[in-house]
Design a protein around this ligand. Structure first.
Ligand code: NAP
Length: 247
């Protein structure tokens, strides 16, 4: 086995039906993990892609609009990998931003992430499935302010903070907690930006790599962070952004 192998590991990925979550599920399975593809919708496409490649996957309905939905999912199930990928964004001027848009984004992106991770860690420690790994999907807006997305920026700054505190508390217990801050990745989330010629050109002009990221760029990084090769990495928020933040 290479230090990058995930053979014998059981993993759960939230929001695994599409985009970055789908690519993460496929990358973990390609390294040998048995992957639970969790989504508020059916993850059939992801499961089929994994099985077609010879991997192991199953689906689970999990709607994280209820931040406590992950309770009871992990106990006694042998999970040693959790990827918190599910996320939403709401755009509006901060002067007009509503409480509903604040709560919806904070519930999925931050509160559900914390309580799902708590349930996972309790089960891993009680069940002895350590070493274990948590990977949170953060954002460039874990570092930058953005514009017209106040709850998204607050939530993603929060994801970076939670990544660090949970790493502090759990590193010695055998749980690695890290995050990935994706740059501009070609998914449903960013379709409108790519369709806007002027915005698309401005974004590409600033990315040293000269291209949008692909979901598998994030998938491969997540697989690495869950593997024995990353065992001494704790509390990192790793930019996978084609160099955007280096500019
Ligand atoms: P996406 O294609 O819109 O995927 C978002 C995923 O989250 C979908 O699977 C979505 O399910 C799921 N989700 C949303 N609300 C949910 C809920 N209540 N319960 C369970 N799952 C829910 O966008 P993406 O770009 O792949 O985003 C994935 C993550 O990367 C997010 O955390 C996002 O903030 C982050 N990110 C993306 C970029 C980028 O450039 N694309 C950059 C930085 C960070 P449905 O399909 O059912 O809506």
């Amino acid at each position: 086995m290479t230090p990058f192998s995930l053979e014998g590991r059981r993993a759960l990925v939230t929001g695994a039906n599409t985009g970055i979550g789908q690519a993460i599920a496929i990358s973990l399975a390609a390294q040998g993990a048995q992957v639970t593809c969790a989504g508020r919708r059916d993850c059939a496409q992801t499961i089929a892609a994994i099985r077609d490649a010879g991997g192991e996957a199953e689906g689970l309905r999990l709607d994280l609009a209820d931040p406590m939905a992950g309770q009871g999912v992990f106990e006694g199930q042998g999970y040693s990998i959790l990827v918190n990928n599910a996320g939403i964004i709401r755009r509006e001027d901060s002067l007009d931003f509503t409480e509903a848009d604040w709560d919806a984004v904070m519930d999925v992106n931050l509160k559900a992430l914390f309580f799902t991770t708590q349930a996972f860690a309790r089960a891993a420690l009680e069940g002895g499935t350590t070493p274990a790994a948590v990977v949170n999907i953060a954002s460039l807006l874990s570092f930058q302010g953005g514009i017209r997305v106040p709850s998204y920026t607050a939530s993603k700054h929060g994801v970076a903070g939670l990544t660090k505190i949970l790493a502090n508390e759990w590193a010695a217990k055998g749980i690695n907690v890290n995050a990935i801050a994706p740059g501009y990745i070609a998914t449903n989330n960013t379709e409108a930006l790519r369709a806007d010629g002027a915005r698309n050109a401005a974004i590409l002009e600033r990315i040293p790599a000269g291209r949008w990221g692909e979901p598998h760029d994030i998938g491969a990084t997540a697989a690495f962070l869950c593997s024995p090769a990353a065992r001494y990495i704790h509390g990192a928020v790793l930019n996978v952004d084609g160099g955007w933040l280096a500019r």
